[in-house]
Design a protein around this ligand. Structure first.
Ligand SMILES: [Zn+2]
Length: 557
């Protein structure tokens, strides 16, 4: 949907970091689980949707809590890295000079098993296992623990399917950059007042953090997008900073303190509920890519905020991270195209997946478009006329339930018809290599008036180095050559290639070639198909692709 973002309803993202209390956020204790459940009930009562970020470590605890799992079903789930606080952390394992090596290190870290510290059997395969914990939904959003994200790490996650980032603090407006949506920094609600009307840890510093509920609300109404962020653990425990300063006996909050904080949260939720009912705001709308250009970017601020925790909490001074930030933001937009050999596998993989997805989307839009429907109707009428005048059309036998591709609208058997078609092609063209059937006829979704989509690899003609006019003549010639007259079964040669063209299409990961490889049913082959399959498998090994994922992407074309 195109539209002016300026006129859109303000968006509010209610985000929650689901993690245990400092210093080991990877352990989700019982008190926090309890508070989390209280918050989830409040959200439900107020018909609000939230975005819950879970570290992989915590997901393992949550998946054993059926009540929590059930309550989380109606909310968006985001990834909070495989581990929260067990090092090495993002700012450490990506702090290496070479940008591409940093990406590789990140992919390794987010897809490999690890066991460390108190954390048991977590994230066997990192992000992949995390996805498995929440089947039936796609995890697309990410927030770095301590907001200390790093560009190579985010690019690595992007190649694994993440497309929305909530940790960058780069701009006050959401924007789209290098395949990722970036959201504004979160407005922390953790210092929720112990005196109603103030945010702040204690009345003494409440002055400096003076903050009123209605100020938050007016800000929400004015800004195009506000991210509110809350750590449920911090409602029951003091913050990490307090933990570091004070002794551990003093980290719990008193029950009255907790009760007051929950009251303020309830108040906030009710207000948001009213604004949502009045259709003045959207609370945690479904995550969508909107290609707004970059605005007000400040990579220096992004860097400073990202390394804040590294320096302050972990006394770690990054050496190379700054160069990654300048590289990432300095590169600007780049068109997604043929992979560059010099780039890391992770980037290439991400880019290829993105490209296939874009092609498939475009194809589906075209399929459902008015132009296509008009053309289909027109072709259908022509076909009927030709069927009526071509005597040999009736020679194709009737459909028997056992055959592969169903029947056409006259009840003729498509499979036998296709055999006839191949015979016809061979009389017209002696250099046929492979013919395969695609589309609804092989995916089991055919109806009698469905086209029979075929892909043809043959070396009879080459479209290389043709001018625009001769290209049109060539297309016409090919259409005649590959038409199914006089059978008129509705066979459409939707793609035709020479051998080398088809191999090139595989190398470019064109969705038509992928569709043919994964779903095509061969009706004629002189041995070329084996060669094509081998080439694809080679690429799959080289880039480390998950074939099922690609298969799923092209499934609905
Ligand atoms: Zn966190």
């Amino acid at each position: 949907m195109k539209g002016n973002t300026m006129q859109k309803k303000p968006q509010v993202f209610l985000t929650f970091d689901v993690e245990g209390p400092a210093p080991n956020e990877d352990v989700l204790d019982r008190r926090t689980q309890f508070i989390l459940m209280v918050i989830l009930k409040k959200l439900k009562r107020n018909k609000l949707r939230g975005l819950f970020f879970l570290p992989g470590s915590v997901a393992c605890t949550v998946q054993n809590n059926s009540e929590l799992m059930e309550a989380l079903k109606s909310h968006e789930i985001g990834y909070h890295s495989s581990t929260h606080s067990n090092g090495p952390l993002i700012f450490q394992f990506t702090d290496i000079a070479d940008y591409n090596e940093a990406i590789e290190a990140s992919i390794k870290k987010e897809t490999q098993s690890f066991r460390q510290g108190d954390v048991k059997d977590i994230t066997e395969k990192g992000f992949l296992a995390f996805q498995g914990t929440f089947p039936k939904r796609k995890i697309v959003s990410f927030r770095a623990p301590f907001m200390s994200w790093s560009p190579p790490h985010l690019e690595a996650l992007h190649s694994l399917g993440i497309s929305h980032d909530f940790s960058s603090s780069v701009s006050d407006r959401p924007f789209y950059f290098r395949g990722i949506m970036f959201y504004p920094p979160g407005l922390p609600l953790d210092g929720i007042p112990n005196i109603v009307g103030f945010w702040g840890e204690s009345p003494s510093n409440a002055k400096s953090k003076r903050f009123k509920l209605n100020l938050t609300l007016s800000r929400i109404l004015k800004a195009p997008c506000t991210v509110l962020s809350l750590h449920p653990a911090r409602l029951v425990f003091k913050t990490r900073r307090n933990y570091l300063k004070k002794d551990s006996r003093n980290i719990n909050r008193g029950s009255l303190d907790v009760a007051i904080r929950l009251c303020v949260i309830e108040l906030l939720f009710r207000q948001l509920n009213i604004l949502q009912r009045m259709k003045l705001i959207q609370v945690t709308p479904p995550l969508k890519i909107e290609k707004n250009p970059l605005s007000e970017i400040n990579s220096q601020v992004a860097y400073d905020r990202s390394v804040y925790a590294a320096r302050k909490l972990f006394h770690y001074n990054p050496k190379f991270l700054y160069s990654h930030f300048t590289k990432f933001f300095g590169l600007g937009y780049r068109k997604s195209s043929v992979p560059f050999e010099t780039e890391s596998l992770g980037i290439i993989r991400g880019r290829i997946l993105w490209r296939v997805e874009a092609q498939v989307k475009r194809q589906i839009t075209m399929k459902n478009g008015l132009g296509k429907r008009v053309k289909d109707t027109f072709n259908g009428v022509i076909r009927e006329i030709l069927y009526a005048i071509d005597a040999s059309a009736s020679k194709v036998p009737r459909y028997r339930m056992a055959s592969r591709f169903g029947c056409d609208r006259h009840g003729r058997d498509v499979e036998t018809g296709l055999d006839e078609y191949v015979k016809l092609l061979r009389t017209r063209d002696s250099k046929l290599h492979t013919v395969l059937v695609l589309g609804s006829r092989v995916k089991g979704a055919w109806i009698p008036r469905s086209d029979v989509d075929v892909t043809i690899v043959s070396d009879s003609l080459s479209s290389k180095s043709l001018s625009a006019i001769s290209q049109r003549l060539y297309d016409l010639k090919v259409q005649i050559q590959y038409s199914d007259r006089p059978l008129n079964l509705g066979i459409v040669a939707s793609s035709y290639y020479s051998k080398s063209e088809f191999i090139r299409s595989i190398e470019r990961f064109d969705f038509q070639a992928l569709d043919a490889l994964f779903y095509g049913k061969i009706i004629y082959d002189d041995g070329f198909w084996q060669v094509a399959m081998e080439r694809y498998k080679e690429l799959e090994r080289k880039y480390g692709f998950d074939r099922d994922r690609l298969k799923k992407m092209v499934k609905h074309v």
